[in-house]
Design a protein around this ligand. Structure first.
Ligand code: AVJ
Length: 322
């Protein structure tokens, strides 16, 4: 058993990204990756337990049912890298299936040190797994993992939870193409993707009755306040979940209830908000099955297998780098 974290300092990047996003002419925005500080990660865990939010349970069911089948399709020996470590609950199913065959290196890659620590604590009891985490942006971390591999090893990249859907527009395809460049032919990608579904199921999943998703969204402002000396009045921003039919995405926004000015001390800047003006904080794209086959082809992969949950429209995809 071995655990360690390689970390870099990243503090001012948050300030830079927040100011750039709030200075945009037209739609103001904040990057969704900053939703996951300690409080945000804990709130996301609660979201996953909500009756309205079936996504995580669907993926867990798929991995429960098919982990062995997935693992049996991989070339061995395999080194596992995961983009976003989550809680490790889903990963455990795969690592346990793998550990029947071989001792395995597992590399969670994650910008949140809290999430990395949780994942390490959750998984360290699995026999014959060695965990080395990277506190890095996804592709930077993956490059490091790839650089450390020895010749006979194949990479399995886990990108679960439909996190790919949080890249908007063509950014998802660009990300996958870049990811493919880091891999060698024959390496694999296990990609979890939420599928299209009726709006009366989809919208409540992002606007739940308890208001947990609202708190998750507003926490982004709380974070700007505590980390950057902001003076956002959280009760003057309302959570909104809106379906965008053009992009097939559900978007989260924070809508200013009044016209107001917010100061961010760290940046020495003030930002004006009109009444009903929104900050766009996240897009969550919903895929069609055809779209996924095309996306694989477009980005240098072949879709080897796809598993669909029968209760909640979600697909687990095993792609092989060509
Ligand atoms: C599963 C992390 C991609 O888009 O559904 C949950 C996060 N946002 N509720 C998603 C999220 C609002 C999320 N990810």
């Amino acid at each position: 058993m071995q655990t360690q974290t390689l970390s870099v300092s990243r503090g001012s990047q948050f300030a830079t990204d927040v100011c750039a996003g709030l200075s945009k002419p037209g739609q103001k925005e904040l990057p969704s990756k900053y939703l996951y500080d300690e409080v945000g990660s804990a709130l996301f865990e609660v979201i996953c337990a909500l009756p309205e939010y079936g996504l995580t349970r669907a993926e867990e069911r798929l991995l429960q049912q098919h982990a062995r089948e997935i693992v049996d399709q991989l070339p061995r020996p395999v080194v596992v890298a995961e983009l976003g470590s989550g809680t490790g609950r889903k990963t455990r199913l795969l690592l346990e299936a793998l550990s029947r065959w071989q001792s395995t290196w597992y590399h969670p890659i994650e910008i949140s040190p809290t999430a990395l620590a949780v994942c390490r604590r959750e998984l360290r009891d699995i026999n014959s797994i060695s965990i080395v985490g990277f506190e890095r942006e996804y592709l930077d971390g993956l490059r490091e993992v790839a650089a450390r591999r020895v010749n006979s090893e194949h990479l399995l990249v886990l990108f679960l939870g439909s996190t790919l859907g949080n890249f908007d527009g063509s950014a998802g395809a660009e990300f996958l193409s870049e990811l493919r460049q880091i891999l060698q032919a024959g390496d694999s990608l296990l990609l979890g993707t939420d599928l299209r579904k009726p709006l009366d199921v989809l919208v409540p999943a992002y606007d739940d009755a308890l208001g947990v998703t609202a708190a998750f969204n507003r926490n982004l402002l709380a974070r700007v306040n505590s980390e950057l000396g902001g003076d956002f009045n959280l009760s003057q921003f309302a959570h909104q979940a809106v379906f965008n039919p053009r992009t097939h995405s559900i978007e989260m926004h924070l809508r200013s209830r009044i016209s107001q000015t917010v100061n961010i001390a760290e940046a020495g800047l003030a930002f004006r908000f009109g009444e009903d003006e929104t900050i766009w904080t996240e897009s969550s794209h919903k895929y069609s099955r055809e779209e996924l086959y095309q996306l694989a082809q477009l980005t240098g992969f072949r879709c080897q297998s796809q598993w669909i949950d029968s209760e909640w429209s979600f697909a687990e995809n095993l792609w092989i780098a060509e």
